[in-house]
Design a protein around this ligand. Structure first.
Ligand code: SF4
Length: 923
């Protein structure tokens, strides 16, 4: 409701006053002409509530207020900072009514962050369908008000210029009716001619549970194919297979609050400080509260997470199973096994006897390239812990033996009874925001709704009955890698891709692109028009995105949160569930009957019923309850007073015997080992400030400042061996493709290992990006591809010409510049923050570049290129743009963490850089 602030006459012309509007401090200004303007009172640079005391005036034609602290100017109309385009203050509607100044409060909507599986709650402030600011939701139990760099910059990622706004058929604008009728006709024809398995759906862990439910039902209930898989296959399927083989169900047993009760946290294959920053901040808090808490990190790289650990085991990439087996050997030989728990709650330990006999610490030390003492120390820390919590992610999952890596780690917990108690258990950190929700509805090629199994006849009957269809097919569908291989062979002729970007994110991306070219019919349902996969679409369907749609998601700790729309979707974009249901209704008469939904709540209620009596029973939940009580963990059956914080407290597991199973896990080396031709081990991973294929984070300049460009990171030994200098251009090749990038030396890396971030695709670098190098080997149980390991080589790249163009960034310029990248051997595209946000295109060519191409680029950027090699200045703190050199200088002068925070402000906003600051202070 509008707030009457004060009589107009109480404000001096060309001056301001501070007022409280719906609990927020607002600076209200009266101008000479008696018009009034209202903006947030807080200066975003000093965080002081002072803007009401600023001077208002005209700056280059823009009405602004100058902060009395650091003197930045802020537009009174848009809130944009004149000196720093990435900073913005909220703007409020203000008017004069009957002599009084009236200010409209901003609309605030609580929803969830759309990036990682931590599932943080966010509060979005909007005005006139524009998103002005974002803050962490203090009431959300995943983050209690905190956000990382990515989440805190969500409001900067809403440029409609980057969005797909209208349906297109064959590259031409179409109406929704035309596009969906065409898609339904083509699917119908292909199914009639070649059968239901000639079509497939490749969907996404970014979809909401309700979206997922509809797609799954279309494939399995309407069309009669199990060819529905998702990018979650690239992320968590080995964790799922590990849980199911060991514990009997796809259910992470722990909760974030276990971090507070643990006295040992074992982090395996996860740079948690970068990939799950809010979880890591909870770990930092727990360590501050409990100095006895030990952290052990198992990671080939000396990441920020690893460097902060009490014990870091920098093992040879891919040798985790050998290490876990040896740790269990030590636990057994030193009497740490909990016999009572083993007798009562587990089975098949004896199947591990010969395996454990073999995996002595000495044997593992050889295979893992680790000191024996460290293996023994890690095992003893685990054995002595009162409560041991393991956190793990893609380092275990993205492997051709990922399931066994998970099972081998779970074996440690079962042998020592470290499960089902506060602070204890194996806890997979989910990569994507709703990988969990997707599995709950059965949205994968081998699953059915409510965690049912496709191979179980009873389960198939139950789902068929729930949906009111004759049967659901029994033949497993094609999983992600298999699906695109089948597209490439022509077996799958039509593929519908929603909310994911396989042309960038799948391993061996060149082969995936060829498959998409070969496909008879490709539908791409997408929010961002520059996602690489859009290039292959026969039909493009504009989808609503973050803050524009309603539904639910489930995070890593089984917590279901409401996702809410804060603004209307731009152009003709529609919610994903709506698009899918519209397609289904056009596909056949049965579709009309099976997809009657008017809103996502109806879909949620149908999904809820499918969970009745299952391990994830949520029959006690409703949109109303989530509205009233906030996010809830499953299971939450009808009649329950709340969700369950942790599972298996009674020592009973969801297996036929009620006992958890030890799994005999053989060590298998990575599918592609280095050899004479490809002597380096490539491992891929995440950057702190980017997300997946960068369709959203790639439009936010602030998120480039920490890692501005693609690079391959190697140890100095390898730099010297190859005769390279830091920042040289090198050609990196695997058996599948190559990419030219800068080389960076770092003592994070073991000799012989190399790291490239997974995010870089064809929009930001030459060729198809990082996944030109990776291979499609898959785990036999989870079918998850081995994105973490490949054999590569580096050779010098001699550039005859190098140069960089830059100009004020727009989505159109970014798109046009991207079109020229393929004409050069080396190309990177970045955004640079400053008074103006600049688009920077850096290029290099082995020969003389085509003069016509250079002329076109000069024309596009409106200036000549700066020629020669160039380097970026990287920020450690993205929020306040504080670089490493500045921090090192301050530390050399005696600054502590608190001193850095006070003097340079780094680490005082989102806090994602605090682990790096600690490392620099300790160096
Ligand atoms: Fe979003 Fe960061 Fe929270 Fe992940 S940790 S949900 S990216 S704010």
């Amino acid at each position: 409701m509008a707030v009457r602030v004060c009589p107009l006459e109480d404000i001096v012309p060309n001056a301001g006053v501070a007022a409280l509007v719906d609990g927020e401090q607002v600076a209200v200004f009266r101008l000479d002409d008696n018009s009034v303007h209202a903006v947030g009172n807080q200066d975003p640079f000093s965080h002081a509530n002072v803007l009401s005391r600023g001077i208002v005036g005209d700056l280059k034609g823009e009405l602004v207020v100058a902060s009395p602290v650091y003197k930045q100017h802020f537009s009174l109309l848009t809130g944009r900072c004149v000196e720093d385009a990435s900073a913005r203050i909220p703007v409020y509607a203000a008017r004069v009514e009957e002599g009084w100044v009236v200010v409209e409060p901003r609309k605030q909507t609580a929803t969830t962050c759309c990036y990682c599986g931590v599932g943080c709650g966010v509060v979005v402030s909007t005005h006139k369908n524009g998103i002005f600011s974002i803050k962490g939701d203090v009431a959300h139990p995943a983050n209690f008000g905190r956000l990382c760099t990515k989440g805190a910059a969500l409001h900067l990622s809403t440029d409609n210029g980057a969005r797909l706004l209208h349906p297109e058929v064959d590259g031409k604008r179409a109406t929704w009716d035309q596009a969906l009728d065409h898609a339904a006709d083509k699917f119908r024809q292909i199914i009639a001619a070649h059968g239901p398995d000639s079509v497939a759906f490749y969907i996404s862990g970014q979809l909401l549970t309700e979206d997922y439910y509809v797609f799954n039902k279309i494939a399995k209930g309407l069309i009669g194919t199990n060819n529905v898989d998702t990018n979650s296959r690239l992320c968590m399927s080995s964790a799922v297979a590990g849980y199911k083989q060991s514990l009997g169900a796809d259910a992470p047993p722990c909760a974030y609050e276990d971090i507070d009760s643990a006295d040992l946290i074992l982090i395996a294959g996860s740079n948690t400080a970068f990939a799950h920053p809010i979880v890591y901040r909870r770990i930092e808090d727990a360590r501050a509260k409990n100095p006895g808490l030990k952290v052990v990190v198992i990671d080939p790289r000396a990441t920020v997470t690893a460097r902060a650990a009490d014990l870091h085991l920098a093992l040879k990439p891919g040798t985790d199973v050998a290490l876990f087996n040896a740790m269990l050997h030590v636990l057994r030989s030193e009497g740490f096994l909990k016999q009572e728990f083993i007798q009562k709650s587990t089975e098949k330990l004896s199947a591990l006897d010969s395996l454990l006999d073999y995996w002595t610490p000495e044997k593992a030390a050889e295979v893992c390239d680790l000191p024996v003492e460290k293996i023994v120390e890690a095992a003893r820390l685990f054995g002595n812990a009162k409560a041991a919590l393991s956190l793990y992610c893609q380092g275990l999952n993205q492997s051709a033996s990922g399931t066994w890596k998970n099972c081998a780690l779970i074996n440690l917990h079962l042998a020592t009874g470290q499960i089902g108690r506060p602070g204890a258990g194996p806890f997979s950190l989910t990569g994507q925001p709703n990988a969990m929700g997707g599995r709950e509805v059965g949205g994968m090629a081998n699953l059915l709704s409510g965690h049912r199994d496709l191979g179980n006849e009873e389960h198939r009957k139950e789902v068929a009955a729930l949906w009111g269809v004759e049967a659901v097919p029994s033949q497993p569908g094609k999983t992600a890698v298999e699906l695109f291989e089948a597209v490439g062979r022509g077996e799958i002729k039509a593929v519908w891709i929603a909310c994911t970007n396989p042309a960038q994110s799948m391993p061996d991306a060149n082969a995936v692109r060829k498959a998409l070219e070969r496909a008879e019919f490709v539908v791409v349902q997408e929010a961002f028009r520059d996602a690489e996969t859009c290039d292959y679409a026969d039909v493009l369907l504009p989808a609503a995105s973050w803050a524009e749609k309603e539904g639910t998601v489930t995070n890593s700790e089984r917590r279901i949160s409401r996702v809410r729309a804060a603004v209307a979707a731009p152009g003709e974009a529609r919610a994903d569930w709506f698009i899918a249901a519209e397609f289904a209704r056009r596909l056949s008469a049965a579709g009309e009957k099976l997809f009657p939904y008017q809103n996502p709540e109806q879909i949620f209620n149908e999904h809820r019923e499918s969970t009745r009596g299952r391990d994830l029973d949520i029959t006690g939940l409703s949109y109303g309850l989530l509205e009233r009580d906030g996010p809830q963990q499953w299971p939450y059956p009808e009649g329950a007073k709340g969700g369950r914080t942790r599972l298996y407290a009674d020592g009973v597991f969801p297996t036929p015997s009620g006992r958890a199973r030890f799994v005999a896990t053989e060590y298998l080396p990575p599918a592609e080992e280095p050899d004479a031709k490809f002597p380096l081990r490539l491992t891929t991973g995440r950057l702190r400030d980017q997300w997946h294929s960068m369709t959203r984070t790639g439009i936010v300049a602030r998120l480039f400042s920490h890692s501005p460009e693609p690079e391959i990171v190697v140890n100095e030994v390898d730099l010297v061996k190859h005769g390279f200098s830091n920042q040289d251009l090198v050609r990196v090749s695997s058996r599948r493709g190559s990419i030219v990038m800068k080389v960076r030396v770092s003592d994070d890396m073991r000799p012989g290992d190399a790291f490239v971030a997974m995010h870089w695709g064809g929009r930001f670098t030459g060729g198809v990006g990082t996944n030109a190098l990776t291979l499609p080997a898959i785990d036999p149980y989870s079918k998850q591809p081995e994105l973490k390991h490949a054999a590569i080589r580096m050779v010098p790249f001699a550039a005859r010409w190098r140069g960089a163009f830059s100009a004020p960034a727009t989505a159109a310029l970014q798109r046009a510049a991207g079109d020229w990248m393929a004409r050069f051997d080396y190309a990177t595209l970045s955004l640079v923050e400053g008074p103006e946000i600049l688009l920077r295109l850096e290029l290099a060519a082995a020969g003389e570049p085509d003069a016509k191409v250079l002329a076109e680029l000069e024309n596009l950027f409106g200036q000549l290129p700066v020629t020669g090699a160039a380097a970026f200045e990287q920020s450690v703190c993205s929020c306040f743009k504080v670089g490493e050199a500045q921090i090192r200088a301050a530390v050399a002068a005696g600054a502590t963490l608190a001193g850095l925070q006070k003097d340079l402000k780094c680490g005082t906003n989102c806090g994602s850089c605090v682990p790096e600051l600690r490392r620099l202070v300790a160096a």
